[in-house]
Design a protein around this ligand. Sequence first.
Ligand SMILES: *Cc1c(COP(=O)(O)O)cnc(C)c1O
Length: 438
Amino acid sequence: MNNELTVAEKQKIIAQTPAAADLAAGRETVWVNPKRRPFAEAKERLSLSQADIDDAEACLRRFAPFIRRRFPETEALGGIIESPLTPIPRMRGFLNERYGAGLTGRLLLKQDSHLAVSGSVKARGGIYEVLRHTETLARAGGLLQDDYTVFDTPASRRFFSRYAIQVGSTGNLGLSIGIISAALGYRVPIHMSADARAWKKDLLRARGAQVIEYASDYSRAVQEGRRLSQQDPDSYFVDDENSETLFLGYATAAGRLKRQLGETPVDAAHPLIVYLPCGVGGAPGGITFGLRHAFGDSVYCVFCEPVQAPCMLLGMATGLHNAVCVQDIGLTGRTAADGLAVGRPSGFVGRTVEELAAGIVTVQDDKLFDWMRGLWETEGIFIEPSACAAFQGAVQLRRMAAALGIRAEQLADATHIAWATGGSMVPDAEREAFLRTA
Ligand SMILES: *Cc1c(COP(=O)(O)O)cnc(C)c1O
């Protein structure tokens, strides 16, 4: 329906959206979602449920023996790809002193930057989608056994070499899909946008994926990948813009986080506030969907986007979702946060989180580098520029708290989580260059 709007109608809607002028001017913006609802009500309108998340979790568990064998770095967690949750009190001090964040309570870092296999948040979602599809093919092909280490045999790889898995990516989704798919024996054409870093393409080629490069942006890489995949009956396309499977894979993070939080109180008096870097929306959206199921109204999920690529904010604030893109308001979509360099949001995600997300903030690129250095110097942890966008949520929380209905006394003992979405696979030379970036 939205897709049938004329340019004039679309521009009219944009002009009537209060946040749009600041977005168009490239100014940092703080947007509180007026449609956020009590979870008991919001839940009624969702087409996916906790049962779907449980399903995803169960599939990942079935494959754990295979993952453990094929990726020995997952040995300690028995083949489950999960990341540490780490207190970063010195970084909290840094944000309070240099940026006036005024954060009270605890600040934790969810280190998906250090997820096994592909070093980013995409490991959970992307790998789940490939495994789910693999199970389906294996069942149809009579290959499925109780023992999933069967997938680590030459016969299995030969079986899957007939099939292709394709994806369009700014880099990290390609890495995640490419690495797991190549390990299973698939043919893997990965469609990379212009923003994708050279080392990611090199690494993928080294693992046996075929990298197809586009001079244009991410939406184009997705479009081409989807088109080429449709022409091949043995090809499966991981659709970052529309995939429920990917979304549910991301959502599995929530139940695991709940276990990791252990004794840390999360309830009406002790809110959990989570800051999530956002590109097309799948990762932050899936995690938000999972977190609202896990913590109900005690969790507040804030998405964080670059000032030049605030696609989800634009889509949600206008209600136009994927019918609008950042170029429609004169932005470039270009940012040093390559994982967030997305001009058009996922319509599926925008509609799904419409009543779940707390708000969205945007951030200038230069701050990402400052926070990257700050985290490195105060805590000795390196994360990539895209991941640093999470700290903008923490810095801006005080400007959002009242509108979100969070009172000062609740903030005194709140738990803040900056979701570090990527970084551990960044090569040393690239890391050094990032840390020197002014
Ligand atoms: C992909 C990515 C995100 C955002 O995920 P989306 O699903 O695109 O919204 C954030 N940070 C990093 C490092 C990423 O690779």
